[in-house]
Design a protein around this ligand. Sequence first.
Ligand code: ZN
Length: 352
Amino acid sequence: MPLVPMRVLLDHAAENDYGLAAFNVNNMEQIQAILAAAEETDSPVIIQASRGARSYTNDAYLRHLMLAAAELHPSTPIAMHQDHGNSPETCLSAIEQGFTSVMMDGSLKADGKTPADFEYNADVTRKVVDAAHAQGVTVEGELGCLGGVEDGHGAGLSAEEAMQHLTDPDQAEEFVALTGVDALAVAIGTSHGAYKFTEKPTGDVLVMSVIEEIHRRLPNTHLVMHGSSSVPQELLEIIRQYGGEMKQTYGVPVEEIRRGIKNGVRKINVDTDNRLAITGAIRKVFATNKGEFDPRKYLGVSREAMKQVCVDRMVAFGQAGNASKIKPVTCKEMVCFYQRAGCGARDHALVG
Ligand SMILES: [Zn+2]
C-alpha cells in the first residue's frame, strides 16, 4: 500500500489504547530491520528521518528506500515522518519528498538550538499545519524543551535545566487551539541522546502528572514522547565488552513509557537503543573475527540486532497485532477529512 498519513496510525492507536514506536533511520539496513520486525509482529510502522538523515541520504536515496519498503511490505501500514523540522521550509520540502507526516519544532528557533517564544512557535506551526493539511499530511508540534542534543538539534539543556522547561498544560491547550496540530510533543523531563540519566532512575523518572493533565484537557490530541530510548544495560555491556567506551547512563524504563501510553501518549521516539544495538553487533564481529572484511557480515548482524530491539518495543508498546486491523487511508482522502473537520480536525476521530 502507499505510505499512509501518520494521523491514521495515531487515531487507531488512540481508539485501541496502544502506543507506536517511531524509529529513526539513516540507511537501508535500518529500514529493513524495522520492516522485518513489523512483519513478524503484525505492527503498523512509523519511520522517521531527521534533517541529518535527509542530508546523509541526499533525500533521493531515502525516498526510494521508503518506496521499496512499501512495495515489499504491501500489508504493512507505513507512515514516513520528518523528525524535528526546524522551519516551515524543511517541512514543506519533506512533503515534496513524499513524507506523510512532519514535525514542526517551533520550540526552538530555526537554528535548532535557541529556545523560541510561544508566539513564534504557534505562528510557524500554524503555517505548517495549513500547508500540510491541504495535502493530507499529518503535523506534530512541540511545546517545552527537552534536554540534550540529537543530530545537532536541541538546546543542549542538562537534565536539571530540562526540568525548568516542562510543557505547561495551560499553554498546551492554547497552542493546540491556535495551530490545529494532530500531535503534540511534550517535555516531561526526558533528554535526547544516549546520556539521559547518570544515575539509575528510581521512582518517578518523568513528570507524569504533566502528561496526565495535558491528556485530561486535550483528550483528542495525540501526545508524543521524545528522548524515550530505554538504553538497555545489556546493549551497553556488549559495546564495552568488545572494546567500546560508553560512560554509565540510563534511559527511560519501558514501564514509564507504558504509563504514558495509558495517558494519551501515542508516539514514542526511539533512536539511541537501535544505535547501541547496531554498534554492539558490529564491534562483536570486528573483535571476534579480525580478518572479516565483507560488509554484509557485520551490517547483516547489526540489522538483526536492531530488528530485535524493534520487536521488543513493538510488543511492549502494544502496536503488535494491529497492522492487519488498520484500514489504509491515503493523503488524498485525508484532505477531505481535514476540509470536513475545518480547523477543529483534532476533535474528530477518523476511523471507527
Ligand atoms: Zn526529539
